[in-house]
Design a protein around this ligand. Structure first.
Ligand SMILES: Nc1nc2c(ncn2[C@@H]2O[C@H](COP(=O)(O)OP(=O)(O)OP(=O)(O)O)[C@@H](O)[C@H]2O)c(=O)[nH]1
Ligand SMILES: [Mg+2]
Length: 417
């Protein structure tokens, strides 16, 4: 049972949505918000984040609603967190900590678990001094009360935590090396990489599944999709082969959120390598969300933070089945495709767009291959688009469209007709 507290700095128009989001983040952590307090300020209060009068109001709300937790819609400095907890005598959780707790709950793979743990410890390190947060982890997460840490123990704790972060990072690095090796073998296969990116709950995983359903022969390898914040925490890479044999890898990635903790972005850098190494990003946007523009901005900022801002982007305005025609015409996004991943509307247009970008260098040519070269024929059948087949003497004449890579390799078979 928590009281949600927000400070609207300079009347930000995204404020209301970010409070709703905070309450949803809490829900994802099994915390129910029973009360809410807001304050308009020009800048946060240095000591308590909220103004000191507001601290009294929060105290009254805690009593009135019998709450055992206060959630703040922003990252608090270590001293603000300490001061507030001291004043209120209750555990205070900031937005960053809440997101970290969700990631901790959802992480499944070893790599994701290690990354989240490293991020959480990094967050805790400067906050170890006498806060509830410092011991919350050892005694069971949000909502636990703890007090009294001796100075000596604190120093010991700090060194232990630093050591642990160091070990975790080493292990994450090792997994990262394996990942790079896997990626290398894909690069050698000359397959372009496309990554789905975007705000959490925009529909990235749903679009991935729709593409798999339509264009993958190895169906059944679907990814997890759900109406909740941060359904996806791991990067999944799948191969897609279009009917004209053009193939690419598609990566589904962790969603972004406004004020995504820097510790997490840093910790997830290895997982987000797929994004950094992509030839094209499909920026999935929930067009039915009235704050979609702010979501786009957050995504672009996060891409910048991970060093992926130079990669070409196609904007995918998703969930158009929930948008009226009038609203659809008002949507603003450059280089955009509108579609519905859920009802499979408009996916063909996205595919055309993909062909126009990552496959624009594909070339059409005619090759003449000896009919006994069955191996070459089956390679071409598998990897290039055969538009026409005819025969001259004992040779097969194929009109094909292929990658520049294959084109170079086929040089001695190419004929002009
Ligand atoms: N109506 C409608 N709902 C959609 C569409 N695409 C996705 N959804 C729903 O939106 C919710 C979130 O979808 P996901 O695919 O899990 O979203 P995500 O972007 O992968 O989210 P994270 O993994 O949390 O970052 C699910 O309930 C989907 O069914 C769509 O085109 N139309
Ligand atoms: Mg997802």
């Amino acid at each position: 049972m928590a009281i949600a507290v927000g400070v609207n700095i300079n009347h930000r128009k995204e404020y209301e949505e970010s409070m709703t989001e905070l309450i949803n983040l809490a829900k994802a952590c099994n915390i129910k918000c029973v009360g809410r307090l807001d304050q308009n300020l020009k800048r946060p209060h240095a000591q308590y984040y909220v103004g000191s009068g507001k601290v009294d109001e929060i105290r009254m709300a805690i009593e009135a609603f019998d709450a055992n937790l206060v959630i703040i819609n922003h990252e608090l400095s270590p001293s603000q967190l300490r001061n507030l907890e001291k004043m209120l005598d209750i555990r205070v959780v900031d937005r960053t900590n809440l997101i970290l707790e969700i990631f901790e709950k959802r992480a499944k793979s070893r790599e994701a678990k290690l990354q989240v743990e490293a991020a959480h410890l990094q967050y805790l390190l400067p906050r170890l001094i006498g806060s509830y947060a410092s011991l919350g982890r050892q005694s069971g997460g949000v909502g636990t009360k703890n007090k009294g840490v001796g100075e000596k123990k604190l120093e010991l704790d700090r060194r232990k935590v630093e050591q642990k972060i160091h070990e975790l990072n080493r292990e994450i690095e090792t997994i990262g090396i394996e990942r790079t090796t896997q990626r290398k073998s894909r690069v050698e296969a000359q397959m372009p990489n496309i990554a789905l990116v975007g705000y959490t709950n925009a529909g990235k995983s749903t679009l991935m599944n729709a593409m798999l359903d339509l264009y993958s022969r190895t169906a059944g390898k679907k990814v997890f999709e759900k109406d909740m914040l941060f359904a996806t925490l791991e990067t999944s890479v799948r191969q897609i082969r279009l009917p004209d044999r053009k193939a690419f890898t598609l990566s589904d990635t962790v969603g972004f959120v406004s004020e995504l903790p820097h510790e997490l972005v840093k910790a997830f850098r290895a997982t987000l390598e797929e994004v950094k190494n992509a030839d094209l990003l499909l920026h999935v946007i929930d067009a039915s969300n009235e704050n979609y523009k702010n979501h786009m901005k957050v995504t672009l900022e996060t891409l910048d933070e991970i060093g992926a801002s130079e990669i070409p982007i196609v904007n995918v305005l998703n969930k158009i089945d929930l948008v009226s025609e009038k609203e659809l015409n008002q949507l603003e996004a450059e280089n955009a495709i509108s579609l519905s991943s859920k009802s499979y509307v408009g996916i063909d247009q996205l595919v055309d767009k993909i062909k126009d970008t990552v496959f624009k260098d594909y070339v059409k040519c005619v090759v003449r291959i000896p009919s006994e070269d069955g191996k070459l024929y089956s390679y071409l059948n598998e990897n290039t688009y055969i538009m026409d087949t005819s025969f001259i003497e004992d040779d097969i004449i194929l009109s094909i469209e292929c990658s520049p890579y294959d084109h170079a390799r086929l040089e001695k078979y190419i004929v002009t007709i």
